[in-house]
Design a protein around this ligand. Sequence first.
Ligand code: AMP
Length: 370
Amino acid sequence: MDIKLHDKYFKPFISSKEIDAAIERMAYNIHKDIGDEIPVFVGVLNGSFMLVSDFVKKYPKPCEVTFIKLASYEGVKSTEDIQRLIGLTQDLKGRTVVILEDIIDTGNTLGEIYRIFKNEEVKSLKIATLFYKPDAYKKDYKLHYIGMEIPNKFIVGYGLDYDGLGRNLPEIYQIKQTQHMTNLVLFGPPGAGKGTQANFLKEKYNLVHISTGDVFRFNIKNETALGMLAKSFMDKGELVPDQVTIDMLNAEVEKNADANGFIFDGFPRTNAQADALGKLMESKDSAISAMIALEVADDILVKRVLERGKTSGRADDANESIIRNRITEYYNKTAILKEYYSAQNKYFGVDGVGNIKEITTRLSAVIDNL
Ligand code: AMP
């Protein structure tokens, strides 16, 4: 389950079980090196409080535990300038000291830690960190024990916070690349009113409307390679091949990387397209929120599309047998997607007969409830 802290959304990233296993390994390796000597474990507050607590419970031999507290004043001074809020409170001369850090990213704090211990005459100073971001690390201090290497993305939980929140979470969450999106699949046979309704909904919910049919028609008008390819299928009322359509859709979504969400109109039309759409949304840390289907009887559809054909200039709107072929394509190939999204509890049928405003109200009721 995703969580929200302040204004940001986070997704589960590292489970408590994985954290536990990493700490177990650290305790094992540290003990193996230290043997029977009594080490002093030094936690770096605030972030390390959970790690220290769990770590020392796993440490198999007697040990001492203490804390230091450092702070960086971002915005006031440079983040490189780390202040000592609580320094060392006991004599560590001749002792084996292991620093316990929750996370090491740039390594700035390590510089201050080495400064603190410079005159302490400890026997040895080792650095242990639960998480390590190799891509962010800018220093060359040696890290002796690493629980887990992680990518350079912002994380919270298990002692780590986002502006004060999240420290109490027992597992690690990663910031979502794309913050919350509403992604709707507007579904229904040709003539159901998807395009008309999408125009109202995109304004109301501030979404980007992508109609695959419109994109193909735009390409045909401009005589692009994609248009030429699509035209032969479209003129007969058949579906354009999946890979062509999927590549085109991916490109349209990429063009709108900052969108609040999308209304997909005329896509997906096959299972392969639905799978591709799922993957695309996942790559944005998002998902399809709902498929909303406009339900209209065939005879009404034919009448509506013939009426539209008088002005749309679309070859596939002008002829009843092509229209019927498109409706048949819909029921043969596309209607199965009802099951696809029903299985995820994301399918919502809406009566598509009535005046345009009424239907917008019905659709909005579904969206507002998501
Ligand atoms: P539409 O404007 O949605 O009725 O689409 C018109 C025509 O474009 C369809 O009959 C297909 O030939 C083609 N088309 C639109 N979307 C797709 C899609 N997702 N997959 C395959 N063909 C499509």
